[in-house]
Design a protein around this ligand. Structure first.
Ligand code: SF4
Length: 215
């Protein structure tokens, strides 16, 4: 589907005007910027607290998510929920979103043009939530922000970058779906995940802008 430049600019204007997640969700629900709008069952906006300190970003909704309209509700979501609980967190005090708001058919990888089309929604979600840390779940999320980094090399490492006019902290983790049935990757993810509360404490207490390496 090709959207006219004028329609695309109008959507961008609406996104800019959104003052809260509910405003943004209304725009996502009527978005037809890419062909996924034709095959979706439900919109998968993202879920959690609008004031969350931790903002998780996955890849795209899968079958379960598309049916229920919520991110990370299948087996990988259950695993994510367990890790949140183990670290004193829950789905209501973090925010969980995906790079794409609608499911790619047969769970194929997101196409670059879909990621580009959907990007302003994710940017605006992050701007509204204003988290202390952005946590990438898997390579698709990581590479949207840092195209040259490899998840196998940077998982568990936090780094900072000036982003959206602020000094933002990022942490890359393996995707729970990739780690779910892989014994060693699963343990690595659980171990990396434990760094999140430590980082939040550090960010709140001691961090100086010039510090590059957090953990
Ligand atoms: S995936 Fe994103 S860009 Fe594509 S139709 Fe859905 S909301 Fe719009």
């Amino acid at each position: 589907m090709s959207l006219t430049l004028e329609s695309s600019l109008m959507i961008n204007e609406e996104i800019n005007k959104a003052e809260c997640l509910s405003d943004l969700n209304n725009i996502i629900a009527s978005c037809n910027r890419c062909s996924l709008s034709k095959t979706k069952t439900k919109d998968v906006f993202g879920s959690g607290s609008e004031k969350a300190e931790i903002f998780f970003i996955g890849e795209a909704p899968g079958k379960e998510e598309d049916l229920r309209g919520e991110p990370f509700v299948g087996a990988a979501g259950k695993f994510l929920g367990e890790m949140l609980k183990e670290n004193g967190l829950n789905r209501n005090n973090v925010f969980i979103a995906n790079v794409l708001k609608h499911r790619p058919p047969e769970n194929r990888d997101p196409l670059p043009e879909e990621v580009d089309a959907c990007w302003p929604f994710l940017e605006k979600q992050i701007q509204i939530v204003n988290p202390k840390i952005i946590v990438f779940l898997g390579r698709h999320a990581l590479n949207r922000f840092f195209p040259s980094l490899k998840i196998s090399e940077v998982h568990g490492r936090a780094f900072r970058k000036s982003w959206q006019g602020k000094d933002q902290v990022f942490l890359a983790l393996y995707h729970p779906a990739a780690a779910l049935y892989n014994g060693s990757m699963r343990e690595t993810l659980k171990s990396d995940f434990k760094k999140i509360p430590i980082l939040i404490t550090k960010i709140k207490k001691t961090l100086k802008p010039q510090q590059k390496k957090l953990i």
